[in-house]
Design a protein around this ligand. Structure first.
Ligand code: ADP
Length: 410
């Protein structure tokens, strides 16, 4: 129903002359006027058409106005139909409302003042139109919400399927990486051995230049072996079952420092540990490896005379996991490289610079953290150190929070 659409006004009176006079008065409203000479006739109309306002004489033979109004309002469809009584006697407020809890009810006394009657009918007619419009809008809105919900559900399902597929493919890829790197190691060992035989048995014939070439060849096979070992290690992370123990971070950092003992004896680095490091849940060996890698890098990529590293925690908002950080005062990382360093075999320097490395350390760290439902990122100003931030169990915390919200809503 739109704003211009006409509504039906049912006029009920047993006297045709009165019906005629109401018609004359209400004509200028431009609505559809329906006449009924009795209560029964009025009910027949009501069953056939939607009526916005019923205008009726209180005293009619057979079925008086009040009885008719009661019948009308008993019908669920007409409970809210507006009724205007026309009465020769004055009706008190109580009389008017007697028995009609629902719907708009009003009355007009005789003699009818045309302007007043028009005003009252027009108010109810507009109210009817607006209510219908609102109902229509509500239905459309509900329809749209239902459509959108269905669409979102379908997308969530598709995403879920894709995730499962992605996981399956990742596992396949890991299995492939594992067996490929495993199988490649053996012929590589053969190449290295044969280079050694050549040096030992044919070194004289080859001369110093030839021997040097073979030594380089052996160095390259060692490097390739290191890369394969890193790959093997990387693919193993996904294959081992993830431990779920309570881990005291301060203890884990100490274990990581113990692993680096040999290096720490050669080079001094001041380690500052925040006094209240949290306890987290996860795989102790893998979390120790995260710290060993990050601390080792903090030591390696540092050209300052006084090296220091700080391990701390930033308290996250409620329901979020804490953010742990490892901050050093080393060479830093330019913004262009801050994402690339997490790619496998990505080194920003030559092989031997800064103590060498395969460029797999941070990729392994990232994988461990992601397996623990967390994420890692770095902030740095080149020349002024780098801070590696990571979370553990963030995804799990998020899922729990979502579940809690769902529970409290449902
Ligand atoms: P690797 O140390 O074997 O090269 P990583 O994956 O641990 O491998 O690091 C990748 C690269 O990221 C390093 O080659 C280095 O350029 C850079 N990097 C890592 N940690 C730091 C750090 N704390 N400060 C500056 N650069 C870093």
């Amino acid at each position: 129903m739109n704003v211009q659409e006409k509504v039906n006004i049912l006029m009920v009176d047993d006297q045709p002359s009165k019906l005629l006079s109401y018609e004359v008065i209400l004509k200028e409203l431009g609505e559809n006027l329906i006449k009924a000479g009795s209560g029964r006739e009025a009910l027949e109309h009501l069953l056939k058409t939607d009526v916005a306002v019923v205008l009726m004489d209180v005293s009619m033979p057979e079925l008086d106005g009040f009885e008719l109004a009661q019948l009308i309002h008993q019908h669920p469809r007409y409970q809210k139909t507006a009724i205007i009584f026309i009465s020769a006697v004055h009706l008190t407020d109580l009389d008017q409302l007697k028995g009609y809890e629902h719907g708009a009810v009003d009355y007009i006394s005789v003699p009818v003042v045309p302007e007043l009657l028009r005003a009252k009918v027009s108010v109810f007619a507009d109210l009817y139109r607006k209510t219908r419009q609102l109902e229509q809008l509500n239905r459309e809105l509900e329809q749209r919400v239902a459509e959108r919900t269905e669409e979102l559900e379908q997308r969530a399902e598709a995403l879920q399927r894709l995730n499962v597929e992605l996981q399956r493919r990742n596992q396949e890829l890991d299995a492939f990486t594992y067996s490929a790197s495993h199988d490649l190691k053996e012929p590589l060992r053969g190449v290295s051995n044969y280079a050694q035989f050549l040096i030992e048995d044919y070194g004289e014939i080859l001369g110093s230049e030839g021997r040097q070439m073979l030594i380089t060849m052996q160095r390259l096979t060692r490097r390739m072996d290191d890369l394969l070992n890193s790959l093997l290690h990387y693919s193993r992370i996904e294959r081992v079952e993830l431990g779920q123990s309570e881990i005291n971070l301060a203890q884990v950092v100490q274990e990581a420092l113990d692993h680096l003992q040999a290096r720490l004896q050669e080079e001094y680095i001041q380690v500052r540990l925040a006094p209240s490091l949290p306890t987290i849940r996860g795989d102790r060996a893998q979390i120790t490896e995260v710290f060993t890698n990050l601390l080792s890098n903090a030591l390696k990529y540092n050209d300052k005379a006084e090296k220091h590293v700080e391990i701390g925690v930033q308290n996250a908002p409620e329901n979020r996991s804490p953010i742990i950080y490892v901050r050093d005062n080393g060479i830093g990382i330019s913004p262009d490289h801050q994402e690339k360093i997490f790619e496998i075999f990505r080194r920003l320097h030559t092989h031997d610079a800064y103590g060498g490395g395969t460029g797999a350390g941070l990729t392994i760290v990232k994988k461990i953290i992601e397996r623990h439902g967390g994420r890692i990122w770095v902030e740095s100003t080149p020349g002024n150190g780098a801070t590696f931030y990571f979370t553990i169990g963030e995804e799990v915390a998020k899922e729990n929070a979502q579940r809690q919200v769902a529970l409290s809503i449902g």
